[in-house]
Write a protein that binds this ligand. Structure first.
Ligand code: FDA
Length: 405
């Protein structure tokens, strides 16, 4: 009998339960951490209740995995401590991951805004991480429900279905609760609390916003998209916004959702390339045109019609005062929406909040008060923008922890 998992090397059964490191969660961060720690000579057990690793990687980037962003910088991450991510992101950069991808012969391309995607399939990224784990002799316990986790005499003990495994180091890499139907849970938070770590209130992020009340009429525009600037507080993103049957989505809205709090308005500039007095100039050039017609030259028809209706300026532009047109221009450049909620964790690409970074070392991800306990990836209160930033955090935090294991 031997004690090896999916990729592990054979070992005599007598020492199968004792490891150098137990990693809970075989997602992006957990696999990276396992591979690097294994290659550094540690005996690693990677545990997941899913029966295959990297499930979120497989569905990411529309199946092509937006695996990093070349513009990665700490200011593209949200956290109660905006400086926390700096060290790990600086030590394991997009170029490091690109070098890994290149070494595995995975073809990739930049889509837009520095976002790198596989030419082929996200499955290649999972296969690459599996291969790296294999090189590191990582052992796995997949499809295993995690029972209780204990700590004493310098060892962490994790109860699995048929055995209890032990190690002096335990890495929490079970992600956040976004997309529960894929098995995502708040397990990381419960475990962190068990060890006295604080948790910054988790909220859905990179998530569609819902509209109600008077603004529900915009839901009639479901399927219409426009290039806009979406703003909330000081945050602003220029990308596409998409009207849905529940409210607003599209990259600009997903980005701004991470900054939005209940009760706040967001504003949308529907015509970011137009000068402040463009409608007054349009009146001079086309006095007989209706507002809806001039808007339809720049925006999708249905959106132009709805906005013109809401502005309530019927008739020809020539019949309107400059002041009324300036005011209409102002509203179009900062149209206020008052979302009544989000589509929740069911539709959120990531979780904002999580294990409080105040209790962790930014260099090693180790809990300051519990030597040997580490937290990495989405479980931690570090959330990136849309566009490959979240995987880069998963790789960087997993790599940083592995250097210390
Ligand atoms: P991750 O969620 O990947 O892994 C956690 C692991 O822990 C899972 O394998 C899970 O099964 C396991 N687990 C959870 N609870 C457990 C328990 N109780 N017991 C045992 N195991 C447990 N980001 C990006 O940068 N580019 C992109 O293209 C995309 N695209 C994208 C699409 C969609 C639809 C989603 C939902 C998300 C993305 N993301 C993304 C975000 C990205 O997927 C996310 O940031 C990383 O997967 C986080 O990696 P982690 O390893 O931290 O968690």
């Amino acid at each position: 009998m031997t004690g090896r998992g999916r990729w592990g090397r054979r070992r005599p059964v007598s020492d199968t339960d004792r490891y150098d490191v137990l990693i809970l969660g075989a997602g992006a961060a957990g696999m990276m951490c396992a591979a690097v720690a294994g290659q550094r000579g540690r005996r690693v057990l990677l545990i997941d209740r899913a029966d295959e690793p990297g499930k979120k990687i497989l569905i990411s980037g529309g199946g092509r995995c937006n695996f990093t962003n070349i513009h990665t910088a700490p200011d593209r991450y949200l956290s109660a401590n905006p400086h926390f991510a700096r060290s790990a992101l600086g030590r394991y950069a997009p170029d490091d991951f690109i070098a890994l991808v290149d070494r595995h012969g995975i073809a990739w391309h930049e889509k837009t805004l520095g976002q790198l995607f596989c030419d082929g399939s996200a499955r290649q990224v999972v296969a690459m991480l599996e291969a790296e784990c294999r090189v590191g002799g990582v052992e796995t316990a997949l499809g295993e429900a995690i029972g209780s986790v204990g700590h004493g005499d310098g060892l962490f003990r994790v109860e699995l279905a048929r055995r209890t495994v032990r190690a002096p180091a335990l890495v929490i890499a079970t992600g956040g609760p976004s997309i529960p139907k894929m098995g995502a849970t708040g397990f990381a938070y419960d475990l962190a609390r068990q060890f006295g770590l604080k948790v910054v209130e988790p909220r859905p992020a990179l998530v569609p916003l819902t509209l109600g009340g008077e603004e529900a009429l915009f839901r009639g525009l479901s399927g219409v998209a426009a290039d806009v600037v979406a703003r909330c507080g000081k945050a602003a993103f220029r990308e596409a916004a998409l009207f849905t049957h529940k409210g607003l989505s599209g990259p600009a809205i997903l980005q701004i959702s991470s900054y939005w709090r209940h009760g706040q308005p967001i504003t949308i500039d529907f015509l970011p390339d137009q000068a402040a007095r463009w409608l007054v100039e349009a009146k001079r050039a086309r006095p007989k045109a209706a507002l809806r017609t001039v808007l339809a030259a720049l925006l999708p028809d249905r959106l132009a019609e709805t906005l013109a209706d809401r502005l309530g300026l019927p008739g020809e532009l020539g019949g309107m005062t400059d002041r009324a047109l300036e005011e209409a221009g102002r509203r179009l450049s900062a149209w206020a929406f008052h979302p009544n909620g989000t589509e929740g964790f069911a539709k959120a690409e990531v979780t904002i909040g999580g294990i409080d970074t105040a209790g962790l070392s930014s260099k090693t991800m180790e809990a300051r008060r519990v030597p040997g306990l580490y937290a990495i990836g989405e479980a931690v209160d570090v959330t990136g923008w849309l566009g490959g930033y979240n995987f880069q955090w998963a790789w960087a935090s997993g790599w940083a922890a592995a250097q210390a294991l």
